[in-house]
Design a protein. Structure first.
Length: 279
């Protein structure tokens, strides 16, 4: 086989029209998406088997986050390599094209297959992924309660902490549901988009807590401050976790693109019988 053949206008009339083999690209992208789903399902089961709600059981939160990030990279490398290899191996053989051009086209086939698989995966997983990440990052700060009559939302846990007390201490004459709804709306509005509980709102909340729980005003102020601090800590933890996940996903995507492009050149070289010569 001649490795450096320069095409002339009459050598291969169809070669310029078949620079991109879409059937092979689509096949590689679909295979990559399917492999990603398989590995994600396996990783989910593996992750659930190593975590535990019991103290001193299972892996730590830090270990779990790092392991999850590394596993995302492994998934991207394996799935992208398979998809890129199929995209390169299944494409039609180009006649009368310089080997450097063939190498470039194979690399492009792997990259396009990876890009198509990423777009398909994003389209399929967009809703659950957005719900998961968005709920983790913003659910604590924004809440889901817009009226006192609505069902429970993320902020209700904090309000429970504020209004917790024994039954004999419930001295407020107001309807407990109305009071709770008011405080929930106040917290939801104040902490939306990283806001702060204003001084008048903080004083009012402390008075409500004192009336509902029987605490002294000083103890009620302390409880409000403690809960506000806990809200901020939870929001900050969620922010850091989301940022870390975004970095891991970015790294996995970049490595996936590299692996798909490299595997496509191997598949194309094996298809043409030129892989050993390229090495």
């Amino acid at each position: 086989m001649i490795d450096t053949v320069v095409a002339t206008p009459g050598d291969s009339p169809g070669s310029s029209l078949t620079g991109v083999s879409w059937p092979s690209i689509v096949a590689g992208a679909v295979a990559a998406c399917a492999m990603t789903l398989v590995l994600l399902a396996f990783g989910t089961g593996l992750g659930l088997s190593v975590v535990s709600p019991w103290a001193a059981s299972g892996v730590s939160a830090t270990t779990f986050k790092i392991t999850t990030g590394l596993y995302l990279i492994v998934i991207a490398m394996i799935a992208s390599s398979i998809g890129g290899y199929l995209a390169g191996r299944l494409r039609s053989r180009w006649q009368g094209v310089h080997t450097d051009e063939v190498y470039f086209r194979d690399t492009a086939h792997g990259f396009i297959a990876w890009a198509l698989a990423s777009v398909l995966g994003a389209a399929v997983l967009a809703t659950p992924a957005t719900s998961l990440i968005g709920g983790t990052a913003a659910g604590v700060s924004q809440g889901a309660v817009t009226s006192a009559a609505q069902s429970s939302g993320p902020m209700d846990g904090y309000v429970d902490a504020l209004l917790r007390g024994d039954s004999a201490a419930q001295t407020s004459n107001a309807n407990p549901a109305d009071t709770r709804g008011e405080v929930t709306r106040l917290f939801t509005r104040s902490f939306r988009n990283g806001g702060e509980l204003k001084a008048p709102d903080r004083d009012y909340t402390a008075k409500v807590v004192a009336a509902r729980t029987g605490l002294s005003q000083q103890d009620a102020d302390k409880r409000v401050n403690d809960v506000v601090t806990q809200i901020k800590a939870d929001v900050d933890t969620a922010r850091k976790a989301t940022a870390s996940l975004a970095f891991w996903i970015t790294a996995s995507l970049l490595l996936g693109a590299f692996c798909a492009s490299l595997a496509a050149t191997e598949g194309g070289g094996l298809r043409d019988g030129t892989w050993n010569r390229r090495r």
